[in-house]
Design a protein around this ligand. Structure first.
Ligand SMILES: Nc1nc2c(c(=O)[nH]1)N[C@H]1C(S)=C(S)[C@@H](COP(=O)(O)OP(=O)(O)OC[C@H]3O[C@@H](n4cnc5c(=O)[nH]c(N)nc54)[C@H](O)[C@@H]3O)O[C@H]1N2
Ligand SMILES: Nc1nc2c(c(=O)[nH]1)N[C@H]1C(S)=C(S)[C@@H](COP(=O)(O)OP(=O)(O)OC[C@H]3O[C@@H](n4cnc5c(=O)[nH]c(N)nc54)[C@H](O)[C@@H]3O)O[C@H]1N2
Ligand code: SF4
Ligand SMILES: [Mo]
Length: 700
């Protein structure tokens, strides 16, 4: 018997914890947190251990498969690449490059083997129908960063370990482990803030994070813009904005504040559920201390005015003098840069979607238009789809309709380890190997971390016989396509070489060897101000009043709060510490125990409808209806219901035995592909108007 202990990063969420893996005779037998990891210091959540389930999952696809009459047959990689190349080429030569759509899912960003070469894949396909999970997630952040700071990834991060007061809107890091603020063991860090001062959580639900906060403000879904306007007005009453640090580097702050001041907020309590006195108390807390900031995440970016809300959050941090300040919020200057020369600053409207005319953002179209681009005939219609680590049927609004549309495609390819809601429609499945067999570097999460950290993960086990690394799969697809076109193909470089080049560009002086010598990671210290020096706006200043953001602001405050006839409730989502978007419900360690698929509803709302706790109900929205169990929950505000994201695997052709045995439905069969953030077209997955009815009633 030989035991081997190895270390590498967990790829399952943004906390990027260090894993300690034990192999006995080459077999992975246990996983624990790496106590020696400089950043995560032994922290691990249940998902980290559940990697054991993923590794041994019998449902996982291990060889390329071609769909045939009545099922699937295994094929060789060369056969796969050749046929995929020919089919994609045939469709593009007949109907144009845009006839092939690409959708990149969330795990792309967790695997450098994909990250390193996805841009080349997209270039080779050359379609304007390029989509990703970004448009059901953080697009508003990207647009605001680009407009105000000149780069989509000049992202201010809360300086978690030094903050005394943190105001958090629309995030639940105790369940999600944090997002766009990489911080392993985030709960401990948040409790420390509460102990030093205050953690104030603004959320329609008393979430797991609200439960550990010093204060929870129950906001009406979508009320954040009004709350933030009130907060800015309250701050202005407390004193002049603290802008000295930005002298000569700030444009339009007065213009923006004048707009904010002009808004009448007499009906604040009605719009937000929060009273002016409460907002004033929050303003006073933020204003009083040296180290404070406001942070907003998913619950803010996936709503009707997500961009405007994120814009206002920047103005609050500026007003407080906390932007780009140690102890406030500031971007990370990573050793492998995601901003600066050679990176894409951002863009909007370089092209538009064919059917609805929604503008491109940062090189992509909003995934909410994918279905209509497939279904609407005419030049430019989407006829083929390549998904890379993505499950849009489960993850994007009006997923049920997208599901039906995918069935009509001429050709579909999935680079994915599972036959799920989306990939069941594919003609080819190209499975990735275990991530443990590949090099990895967290390009983005090191750059979004609350300290300056870096860690290279090297393979802890060999690539199985016959498997291909993910970058080799991308290379194969591009080689097949270029081969069919008769174009030359330059083989992709191994990710480690790509990383070495990026590292050199960063100019930190650190080399690949330095990273290889530090398997538990490098900690280069806390964040230091760098934003003012790194601004990429054409003026070289922070732009506080870009015309686009002002227009969006005006439109948001002028929109009449629409009451959708017949839909008297607002639907929000939720995450559980043992979930991972749509795809880990097959792991036994994560789904054992009490079911957690239920629709949560306030007891008064149940009573008003004559519903008992545990009843089966029909939930309807403008686009669809589902039948699900209801659970009484006083932690939810009245008028708001909550469904978790990522259930609903019980469908024909899905090969996820355990997941498909669970009760539950996909919340995205209710979310609406016409209900989008006004600034970006990002899906407004939260605040969706719905109604809930007893199942025995005629529902029409
Ligand atoms: N209603 C509602 N909808 C939501 C959300 C919500 O909160 N509420 N959240 C949104 C957010 S934040 C996101 S990021 C999106 C996610 O949207 P998606 O990225 O589309 O969905 P995931 O569930 O992350 O699916 C990941 C896919 O990648 C596959 N996969 C897993 N590991 C690997 C790998 O190593 N390599 C490859 N090639 N494939 C892999 C899985 O089998 C699965 O098919 O969902 C969004 N949708
Ligand atoms: N366990 C687990 N961890 C995950 C994931 C997972 O699926 N499971 N997914 C990962 C991914 S891809 C991401 S992007 C991150 C997301 O991580 P977070 O940004 O922390 O997102 P959520 O956990 O969805 O929390 C969003 C919160 O916003 C609240 N909310 C809803 N509507 C509104 C509103 O109108 N206003 C306000 N103020 N709040 C609102 C919800 O009640 C919820 O508590 O999590 C990552 N980590
Ligand atoms: S918190 Fe859990 S899922 Fe996230 S990186 Fe750490 S172990 Fe992995
Ligand atoms: Mo996400």
């Amino acid at each position: 018997m030989s035991d081997v202990i190895a270390h590498r990063a967990c790829p399952l969420c943004e906390a990027i914890c260090g894993l300690q893996l034990k192999y006995v005779d080459g077999v992975l037998t246990s996983i624990r947190g790496d106590d020696a990891d400089t950043f995560s210091r032994g922290h691990l959540c249940p998902k980290g251990v559940a990697i054991l389930d993923l590794e041994s999952d019998p449902d996982r696809v291990r060889a390329p498969m071609r769909k045939v009459e009545g099922g699937w047959r295994e094929a060789t990689w060369d056969e796969a690449f050749a046929e995929i190349g020919q089919r994609l080429h045939a469709i593009q030569s007949q109907h144009g490059r845009d006839a092939v759509a690409v959708y990149l899912g969330n795990p792309n960003v967790h695997h450098f083997s994909l990250m390193a070469h996805v841009p080349q894949l997209l270039r080779a396909i050359g379609s304007r129908n390029s989509f990703s999970a970004s448009s059901v997630d953080q697009w508003p952040h990207q647009l605001v960063n680009w407009q105000m700071y000149g780069h989509q990834w000049l992202l201010p991060i809360p300086d978690l370990d030094r903050l005394d007061v943190l105001l958090m809107l629309g995030a639940n890091p105790v369940a999600s482990n944090g997002s766009l603020m990489t911080a392993p063991d985030v709960t401990v860090r948040l409790k420390a803030i509460r102990a030093r001062g205050a953690l104030i959580v603004v959320d329609p639900r008393r979430s797991e994070t609200a439960a550990i906060a010093s204060e929870h403000l129950a906001i009406r879904p979508g009320g954040d813009v009004w709350f933030l306007i009130a907060l800015l007005q309250a701050l202005a009453r407390l004193g002049a904005p603290r802008l000295d640090a930005y002298a000569g580097k700030l444009d339009g702050f007065d213009v923006a504040m004048a707009r904010v001041q002009a808004v009448r907020i007499d009906d604040l309590a009605q719009r937000t559920g929060i009273a002016m006195a409460q907002v004033e108390a929050v303003a006073a807390q933020l204003h009083r201390v040296t180290n404070a900031c406001v942070y907003g995440r998913m619950g803010v970016s996936t709503q009707r005015f997500g961009t405007v809300a994120h814009y206002l959050i920047q103005l609050v941090n500026l007003h407080l003098g906390q932007l780009d300040r140690a102890g406030g919020c500031l971007p990370n200057e990573a050793i492998v840069p995601v901003t600066g020369p050679g990176t894409s600053k951002g863009s909007r409207g370089r092209w538009s979607s064919r059917v609805r005319g929604l503008p491109e953002l940062c090189g992509e179209l909003p995934v909410a238009v994918l279905r209509e681009e497939i279904e609407t005939p005419g030049a430019g219609q989407v006829r083929a789809l390549l998904t890379v680590a993505g499950n849009p049927v489960a993850s994007t609004p009006n997923g049920a309709a997208l599901d039906r549309a995918l069935a009509t495609l001429e050709f579909q390819v999935a680079i994915d380890p599972y036959l799920n809601e989306t990939t069941r429609h594919a003609d080819w499945i190209l499975p990735p190997p275990s991530f443990l067999a590949e090099d990895h570097y967290d390009l983005y999460f090191n750059a979004f971390a609350i300290r300056r950290v870096a860690r290279l993960s090297v393979p802890t086990q060999p690539l199985p016989e016959g498997a291909r690394a993910q970058w080799q799969i991308l290379d194969g697809v591009v080689r097949g396509l270029r081969g069919a076109r008769g174009e030359p193909h330059t083989p992709f470089l191994p990710p480690r070489e790509v990383l070495a080049a990026l590292l050199a560009r960063g100019g930190s002086g650190l080399t690949l060897d330095d990273l290889l010598a530090a398997p538990h990671g490098l900690d280069l210290g806390p964040l230091a101000p760098s934003l003012l020096r790194r601004l990429e706006t054409s003026s070289g200043a922070i732009e506080c009043a870009p015309p686009l953001l002002l227009d969006l602001f005006d439109a948001a405050v002028n929109e009449v709060d629409r009451v959708e006839a017949g839909f008297d409730l607002r639907l929000i989502g939720r995450r559980h510490v043992r979930s991972n978007n749509s795809w880990m419900h097959n792991a036994q360690r994560l789904v054992k125990g009490k079911p957690r698929h239920q629709l949560l509803m306030h007891p008064d709302d149940l009573a008003a409808r004559g519903l008992a706790d545990g009843a089966r109900v029909r939930v309807g929205s403008r686009v669809g209806a589902v039948v699900v169990d209801v659970q009484s929950d006083a932690d939810l505000q009245r008028g708001v219901v909550s469904l978790p994201h990522g259930f609903g695997q019980r469908r024909d052709g899905v090969r996820l035995g355990r997941a498909a045995s669970l009760d539950g439905v996909s919340v995205n069969d209710l979310t609406d592909d016409a209900w989008l953030d006004s600034g970006t077209g990002n899906a407004a997955l939260n605040g969706v108007p719905v109604r809930v009815e007893r199942l025995d009633r005629d529902w029409k």
